[in-house]
Write a protein that binds this ligand. Structure first.
Ligand code: SF4
Ligand code: SF4
Length: 197
């Protein structure tokens, strides 16, 4: 393999597979944006809580997790066990993010790689009231995203994931084993996507 092929530990075939999954998911989000009353579509400059942002999810920074647990009157372990999954962009840095509705079966654990692209809202989005269950203490990333701003959400320094270092996951899950996760992600790339549009 060339250096190019092994970057991020992925072969060219694996990268093509994940690129396809990402494109499928982005197409799904574009389709949903046609259905949602986004502020930007009406020239409005205040959030209409249409929920489009919460179809993807925001990622909390490590230091935002404890205050959110406190707001929900949960311990950090309870918060993780009830609402969060472990994910990674590269099998080197792991982070905790909100599960989706429909991913309740895997909260508290590692998300099976193909389910990174599960459809549906963030588990903390209440579809009836169209609002975030933790709105007063929502992560910085959710405050930063505004659909009417040019370059909306494109500054990666503002993303919650940018605050996660390689050792941060161990502050929350001391016995976490990144090797097992890397192996499962590699084997998943040989499978066919299960929930395309
Ligand atoms: S900022 Fe997000 S939730 Fe608010 S109106 Fe725009 S797309 Fe909808
Ligand atoms: S935590 Fe709240 S703002 Fe962030 S994606 Fe979930 S429902 Fe939306």
């Amino acid at each position: 393999m060339t250096e190019q092929q092994t970057r991020n530990g992925m072969s060219l075939q694996e990268r093509a597979f994940w690129r396809q999954l990402t494109e499928d998911y982005d197409n799904y989000l574009r389709l949903m944006s046609l259905r949602n009353p986004m502020a930007v579509k009406f020239g409005l400059k205040s959030c209409q809580r249409c929920g489009q942002c919460c179809l993807r999810f925001c990622t909390p920074r490590p230091d935002e997790i404890e205050p959110i647990a406190s707001y929900l009157k949960l311990s950090v372990d309870e918060l993780i066990g009830k609402y969060m999954v472990i994910d990674t962009p590269d099998c080197k840095t792991f982070f905790l993010r909100w599960a989706k509705h429909g991913e309740e079966d895997i909260t508290g654990g590692r998300i099976p790689p193909l389910r990174t692209y599960d459809r549906g809202y963030c588990i903390l989005f209440d579809e009836k009231s169209r609002s975030c269950m933790i709105h007063p203490v929502r992560p910085h990333e959710a405050r930063y995203v505004r659909c009417w701003k040019s370059g909306n959400g494109s500054d990666r320094n503002e993303w919650g994931i940018s605050a996660w270092g390689e050792r941060d996951i161990f502050k929350f899950i001391s016995d976490f084993d990144p090797y097992v996760f890397a192996q499962s992600r590699a084997t998943e790339t040989n499978r066919v996507p299960s929930n395309s549009i």
